[in-house]
Design a binder for this molecule. Structure first.
Ligand code: PDD
Length: 281
């Protein structure tokens, strides 16, 4: 695989960054994951707009202009012959030389830009979407600026492991009694045909897939309500699902051991998945 590091395309085993990079020492970095279907980038502009918001929120310099980033994404898709898969982009504050809590003075550290691809043949035809996911609930112990897509992913990783140990597929995080989101996706329930998902705030990541799916739902005359919901309300719902760039619309069929409906993916989740994939393919 060819990867991109700070201006160069190199084989992955030759890619190097400094051990003093603040991304490595302090998780001082942000990222984006863009999906590739049939060699095409899905919602690249949306991902770049969110990258800019993340960088601005952390007073971090942009490593390159949007045109250049688009070119890098396209080059890697071509060089690595990615048909279906993901492109991971990470920007960190770079290597100021010494470890210091204060940000380096402007002009003393260049941001580090790393981009790589992951091929996932048949990504859109994921058998898991036919069975649906089981989720467990866990407390949301992340920091308070989840709207910034930082590389601090240890707690979501722990959550994924807790889910696996419990025989589930993912964890829904709960704060002050209400579901925030999944470990790496936004969470939804459906009641009487109405789609309910938490409103945007600093408590959750503003999913690019969320924006697309809610737009498509409204265009299809489905009702959408943006408000928090509890695990109990979710367990009593007709159906549930999550969205993310890599999972698209993934039905959820069980929450903390309680089956939703007949325990199979619901019609609204299946329809939204079809509509979303139709538009993307
Ligand atoms: N995760 N919420 C969280 C906490 C996420 O990490 C993600 C994305 C989402 C969904 O956002 P989007 O629709 O823009 O992918 C919501 C990516 C896919 C990841 O970390 O791999």
């Amino acid at each position: 695989r060819i990867v991109y590091v700070n201006g160069d395309y190199v084989p992955e085993e030759e890619a190097k960054i400094s051990i003093f990079d603040r991304g490595f020492l302090m998780a001082d970095g942000v990222y984006e994951v863009t999906t590739v279907l049939g060699g095409r980038l899905i919602d690249f502009a949306g991902h770049m707009a969110r990258l800019k918001r993340s960088l601005d929120a952390l007073d971090m310099e942009a490593p390159a202009g949007e045109d250049e980033l688009l070119q890098i994404h396209r080059d890697l898709v071509t060089r690595n012959e990615v048909d279906d898969g993901l492109i991971y982009l990470q920007v960190t504050r770079g290597n100021p030389g010494d470890r210091d809590f204060a940000y380096p003075a402007p002009g003393t550290a260049r941001p580090t830009l790393v981009v790589f691809t992951q091929s996932k043949p048949g990504l859109a035809d994921n058998p898991a979407a036919r069975a649906g996911w089981k989720v467990i609930s866990i407390p949301d112990l992340r920091w308070g600026r989840r709207d910034i897509k930082t590389v601090q992913l240890l707690y979501p990783s722990m959550g994924k492991m807790m889910a696996k140990k419990a025989g589930a597929d993912d964890a829904w995080m709960v704060e002050d009694g209400f579901v925030t989101e999944g470990t790496s996706n936004n969470a939804y329930i459906v009641r009487d045909g109405r789609i309910i998902t938490r409103h945007l705030s600093q408590e959750i990541l503003h999913g690019i897939t969320r924006a697309a799916v809610l737009r498509l739902a409204r265009e299809a005359q489905m009702e959408v309500e943006e408000r928090p919901f509890t695990i109990e309300e979710a367990q009593a719902a007709d159906e549930a699902f999550v969205t993310s760039a890599s999972a698209f619309v993934m039905p959820v069929v069980e929450i903390d051991g309680v089956r939703l409906g007949d325990g199979t993916p619901g019609p609204v989740a299946r329809r939204l998945r079809d509509i979303y994939l139709d538009e993307s393919l």
